[in-house]
Design a protein around this ligand. Sequence first.
Ligand SMILES: NC(=O)c1ccc[n+]([C@@H]2O[C@H](COP(=O)([O-])OP(=O)(O)OC[C@H]3O[C@@H](n4cnc5c(N)ncnc54)[C@H](OP(=O)(O)O)[C@@H]3O)[C@@H](O)[C@H]2O)c1
Length: 284
Amino acid sequence: MILVTGAAGKTGLAVLAALKARGAKTRAVVRNDNQILPARQAGATEVVVGNLLDADVWRLAATAVSHIYHIGPNLHPNEVRIGQLMVAAARAIGNCRVVYHSVIHPQIREMPHHWRKLKMEKILFDSGLSFTVLQPTAYMQNLLTYLPTIQKDGILPVPYPAATSLSLVDLYDVAAVAAKVLTEHGQHRYATYELVGTEPLSQTAVADTFSQILHRPIEVRPVSPEAWQAQALARGMGKQTAATAVAMFAYYAASGMAGNPQVLRFLLGREPTSLADFITRTVS
Ligand SMILES: NC(=O)c1ccc[n+]([C@@H]2O[C@H](COP(=O)([O-])OP(=O)(O)OC[C@H]3O[C@@H](n4cnc5c(N)ncnc54)[C@H](OP(=O)(O)O)[C@@H]3O)[C@@H](O)[C@H]2O)c1
């Protein structure tokens, strides 16, 4: 039985589906009752509802599991506390393997959610548990937020300059690797894998790829981080979460996010999904 946390989120649903495709049994932890059905539809065998900040929820969720796939809630200020509870639950079981869903370049202090994942990795190394760390770069699926504007107005409205270069990865490739390391017993113990699908791509290159596939001009239209933050707060995003996202945009604008696809190519045994293939699959 594999425990998957953050299971009703973007990453969790993809990982549940990839594990189902491998015939694995999964127990999903979701935050509320509305998330039970999506988790089940994605392939969860069992579902536990609860707050990951509650040690009792961990005790219940981790009963008799062999593996934990830990996905910390996105941009969450208490990600380290949640991770400490996860490690305590894993140690209490004994013989439990942990696969931690980290992030590319967790060393970057300017991005608090990366820095928190570096602390989490250290907690895992110190724990004596059998672990594997996956470090994905930004998902191609993040672009889906902009799809309505791209299709309706021909505009890619990103909160950083058009020249900002980011390596991207298809979340389905990440989920395929997650399922692989969880089900190939022992082979990936103590490994840390950067999961990168593309060379760094400027936002102009991203817009050009949409252009080629949609057969119409698509133009990058940078949105100021202040305007992005105001919209996010109006949509109900918490202040701290929005501030963390803005810190990420500032880092991206200053330095980009560059990674190398070789490790993912090796793990998949094929070429990682290209941006063009991702867009074609998504819009068709
Ligand atoms: N997006 C990327 O490009 C990317 C790239 C690399 C790594 N990552 C990392 O991947 C992780 C997951 O990202 P994601 O985009 O899949 O996030 P997501 O879609 O926001 O999913 C997170 C899930 O966790 C749940 N959650 C939040 N707080 C909780 C709590 N206290 N107790 C129980 N559940 C809680 C959320 O429920 P609600 O919906 O109710 O809040 C949601 O279902 C993050 O740590 C992120 O940093 C993301």
